[in-house]
Design a protein around this ligand. Structure first.
Ligand SMILES: *[C@@H]1O[C@H](CO)[C@@H](O)[C@H](O)[C@H]1NC(C)=O
Ligand SMILES: *[C@@H]1O[C@H](CO)[C@@H](O)[C@H](O)[C@H]1NC(C)=O
Ligand SMILES: *[C@@H]1O[C@H](CO)[C@@H](O)[C@H](O)[C@H]1NC(C)=O
Length: 409
């Protein structure tokens, strides 16, 4: 009996010893051994919510039409003959890094789609990692919407948006969460909305200010689709009624909040936050700007869908939309006003996308400033924009004020 007990004790000690060794290995060495082999790791997230800086500003870098292929082997299009030999996707990467250093934005909006140029990207995931590399390294929150080319590689639009949402520091979302009342069994995503990459991001006031817990700026991202055939005619995609319904739902919520705020008599908290939109394909009304004064250049026909789904009317009815930022037509970089809402092109950014030789690639910056009250910030006071060219001086051009809040009488 005695020896049996002893055996058991030894066995238990032995097992405990083994377990301790394994535990030590696991906690102290395993992660070191695996680092080189890329173990499963969690996505890195930016600090959320998005916030204005304590100096009362919030700056967005808009990157339009990145058109990324396979990196160093993917040649530039439409550059001068003298530039062609040493020009590849890496020039787009370099331009992105330069812009991040020069402007120090708080947020990057790859909102105008065509992030990867499908037919030139042999592996969508690899191309996405390369294209968004500088954004992921910067640690800045960034968001993307799809254009009409992104799905031409190895992922469909749904896969692309999920992938984008899982990349480091990305705040992109595949689609809005499902409403409480319906669809809750469908894995938490709203399936009643067309497309992929329709989402809303709120920007809060600076920490420490009385606006720290309030959303004072709304950013909306929309999927404007790729191509569709309507009555036998091939045309570009458009923003569907389901998406517009989703937008109008927000406006109603904000109108409700406005009423509540009157009762609280808190004059310092802004009523409805101004909203900015980001999508890829222009709306048909932008053609009206051919005959109006615009800021920037209009060099090519607006390539929109032949279907007019009433986007402009919806935006006007929302009342808080101040500007929409679009892409698609690379050699248009103007801002024009339609019914009180600014529509601004980013201008082509990526070197592998078509452009115009001798007309530098460019990026748009959107700068928001809060108003100064007697003691603290009052909501968004001013929205400005300008562009920078990828030339030697990183020339700043076409600076303009898009919107300024009118002092309430
Ligand atoms: C592309 O990058 C290379 C290497 O940095 C540079 O020499 C070249 O001038 C760039 N080309 C253009 C068109 O910016
Ligand atoms: C914001 O919320 C935090 C945490 O709930 C709280 O400590 C802080 O006082 C709030 N600030 C304002 C201005 O309401
Ligand atoms: C709230 O204030 C706005 C603007 O001052 C006004 O138009 C609206 O009628 C007010 N609503 C209520 C319920 O008092």
């Amino acid at each position: 009996m005695e020896s049996a007990t002893q055996k058991w004790t030894y066995s238990i000690l032995y097992l405990a010893f083994l377990y301790a060794i394994l535990y030590l290995l696991h906690t102290f060495f395993l992660h070191k051994l695996l680092v080189g082999n890329q173990p499963l790791r969690l996505k890195k997230n930016p600090d959320l919510p998005l916030r204005f800086r304590s100096d009362g500003t919030f700056k967005i870098l808009q990157v339009a039409d990145l058109h990324y292929g396979n990196g160093a082997v993917t040649r530039c299009r439409d550059v001068l003959e003298s530039e062609f030999q040493y020009c590849s996707d890496l020039n787009s990467t370099r331009f992105l890094k330069t812009m991040l250093e020069a402007e120090k934005p708080d947020f990057i909006a790859f909102t105008v789609g065509d992030n990867i140029f499908g037919s030139s990207a042999t592996d969508a995931a690899e191309s996405l990692f390369r294209a968004f590399g500088p954004a992921m390294e910067s640690g800045l929150p960034w968001a993307a919407v799809l254009g009409n080319h992104d799905q031409e590689s190895t992922m469909n639009r749904e896969e692309l948006m999920f992938f984008l949402s899982l990349m480091d520091y990305s705040v992109s979302q595949p689609n809005p969460p499902a409403e409480e009342s319906s669809n809750h069994h469908k894995r938490g995503r709203n399936k009643n909305i067309d497309g992929f990459g329709n989402y809303n991001l709120e920007v809060y006031g600076a920490s420490g200010s009385h606006l720290a817990n309030s959303s004072i700026l709304n950013l909306f991202f929309l999927d404007s689709g790729d191509r569709e055939t309507v009555q036998g005619i091939r045309t570009y995609g458009w923003i569907k009624e389901s998406q517009l319904r989703w937008l109008r739902g927000f406006a109603q919520v904000f109108q409700g909040q406005k009423q509540d705020l009157n009762h609280s008599h808190d004059a310092l908290i802004p009523t409805t936050p101004p909203a900015l939109l980001f999508f890829h394909i222009p709306i048909p009304e932008i053609r009206q700007l051919y005959y109006q004064k615009v800021v920037g250049q209009l060099q090519e026909a607006v390539a929109c869908s032949m279907v007019n789904s009433g986007v402009l009317q919806t935006l006007v009815s929302m009342r808080d939309v101040k500007a929409a930022f679009i892409g698609h037509d690379h050699t248009n970089d103007f801002c024009g006003n339609l019914d009180g809402i600014w529509f601004c092109y980013g201008g082509g950014f990526g070197y592998h996308g078509y452009g115009k030789a001798g007309w530098p690639r460019r990026a748009r910056v959107i700068s928001l400033e809060l108003g100064k009250g007697e003691k603290d910030w009052t909501g968004v006071q001013r929205i400005k924009t300008w562009k920078r060219l990828d030339d030697e001086k990183l020339s700043k051009i076409d600076e303009q004020v898009l919107w300024e809040s009118q002092p309430s009488a």
